[in-house]
Design a protein around this ligand. Structure first.
Ligand code: F0G
Length: 464
């Protein structure tokens, strides 16, 4: 292998390597997942994390303005001239004392990483810029994904804004929120609504991408995860390069936790950090494959692989029992996470726990996040809901320094938010009640007032 970047099968027993010019994202030998791997000895990674801050001083150059590509020395698979960027990654790590108090953490110990501030409103842009860059390197002209809404919004945006590829998105019929559907349509992607859910759409898009030679941008694409590593670089940078005690992240297709694990493994191997944080991955209770296989089946990354037979038999039982993912947090309504092996590996790198939060807990946490700052969509609030439970169980201590990743913007799913805060009981029942949400203790109800000056003043002053 003469290239300094290549793809490598994640399973130690296999270890097959493939040239970066491939667009097949499964191992040709064992069908496992692939990593982007680097020959660091022939590259120039930063000597210290502080060196990475230098990118800020060159921010008139789009690749240094990008919150992904200013870390390109840690994802060096693309020649600079081929990088495709839309200014992604200008996101914020915000200290959140009110939310800390809700979750049971000491003041000053909780930080929220607002990935909803990306151009398409979710963390996906971190990965999409990297996948687009790779697609650009290989000259692809069509790209596709299955999506619960955010990947499709991001893909559609990169297609329309760059004009480099035609976007084709597969979504489960009735399964994505309006904010996200609106984006795919408005950006002009070919939007295929499949009669099924995300898991169905995911299996179809892999077939179709293979058959028609369409570039696949789901997180089985290892370049996506290279971009998503930079979320951790930004978290560290915003923390003065201090490693937090915990990173809490919602788990859906498990791309984020996989990317974060790879980021920390590489930083450690390069001698850039001396310790790693622990991970808490939070599934929605209605889409809890990772929780079940980690905590009940006790699947682990061991000797460079995992028990594929046990996992396959778990999936077969799930199918036999007809268990389908079902949660209001539609972004993580996924029962067959494609990155499961990488997520297990990430847990072995950093340690930590996997948990769940139900839709009531998610909606309550979401309301507290909204009241305490910039807001987020339901799936993102699973991180805060999970943190609150882990605090109660004593897994996370009140003095631990915790970063919750808020993956998507507040406006992605306005229907759930308005149903929670509003006074329309029918709307509450149809959107939240049928998902087991029975109350809205943190609702900020709109106040109906007759169009009369005194009545309006009374409403403002709180006089009945
Ligand atoms: N949060 C949001 C807002 C998401 O959109 C997703 C995934 C996740 C969390 C889960 O992240 O897959 O890395 O574990 N959304 C995908 C999509 C599946 O199609 O938009 P993960």
């Amino acid at each position: 292998m003469t290239e300094t970047a290549f793809l490598r099968c994640i399973a130690d027993f296999c270890g097959a390597t493939v040239d970066v010019s491939t667009t097949e994202f499964r191992c040709p030998r064992c069908n496992g997942l692939l990593d982007v791997a680097y020959d660091w000895d022939r590259l120039t990674p930063p000597k210290s994390l502080k060196d990475l801050e230098a990118g800020w001083t060159r921010r008139m150059d789009p690749i240094d303005f990008s919150g992904v590509w200013r870390f390109r020395s840690l994802l060096p698979f693309a020649p600079s001239g081929q990088i495709v960027t839309l200014g992604e990654g200008q996101t914020l790590l915000q200290r959140a004392d009110a939310v800390a108090s809700f979750a049971g953490l000491d003041s000053g110990r909780l930080f929220l990483q607002y990935e909803g501030m990306n151009p398409s409103g979710s963390f996906k842009d971190n990965g999409m810029t990297a996948a687009f860059t790779h697609a650009n390197m290989v000259g692809a002209n069509r790209a596709a994904c299955a999506s619960t809404g955010n990947t499709s919004a991001s893909l559609a945006m990169y297609c329309s804004a760059t004009g480099l590829m035609k976007g084709i998105v597969f979504i489960g019929s009735g399964k994505i929120s309006y904010g996200k559907l609106a984006q795919a349509l408005d950006f002009g992607a070919l939007t295929i609504q499949i009669d099924g859910d995300f898991d169905d759409a995911m299996s179809r898009v892999q077939q179709i991408a293979g058959r028609l030679g369409i570039y696949l941008v789901n997180s089985v694409n290892p370049f996506r995860l290279e971009g998503q590593k930079t979320i951790m670089f930004r978290v560290l940078e915003s923390s003065g390069w201090e490693v937090p005690d915990w990173i809490v992240v919602p788990g859906g297709n498990l791309g984020n936790v996989s990317a974060f694990g790879k980021a920390f493994a590489e930083l450690k191997a390069l001698g850039l950090i001396s310790r790693v944080p622990q991970f808490a991955v939070i599934n929605a209770a209605g889409a809890d494959t990772f929780d079940r296989v980690f905590n009940k089946l006790r699947l682990r990354w061991k000797d460079g692989d995992f028990d594929r037979v046990a996992y396959q038999s778990y999936i077969e039982t799930m199918d036999r029992e007809g268990r389908r993912a079902d949660t209001l947090a539609s972004a993580i309504e996924i029962n067959r996470p494609v990155n499961l092996p990488k997520a297990l590996r990430a847990m072995s790198v950093c340690g930590g726990v996997v948990g769940t939060a139900n839709d009531q807990e998610i909606m309550d946490a979401k309301a507290r996040v909204g009241a305490g700052g910039f807001g987020c969509e339901p799936a993102s609030a699973a991180s805060v809901a999970g943190l609150k439970k882990l605090r109660k169980e004593g897994v996370i201590a009140r003095g631990d320094r915790v970063v919750c990743i808020l993956t998507g913007h507040q406006l992605k799913d306005p229907a759930a938010t308005v149903a929670y805060h509003g006074s329309d009981n029918r709307q509450f029942q149809s959107i939240l009640g049928q998902r087991g949400v029975t109350a809205a203790p943190f609702a900020n109800r709109p106040v109906p007032v007759v169009n009369d000056l005194d009545a309006i003043i009374r409403a403002i002053e709180g006089v009945p």
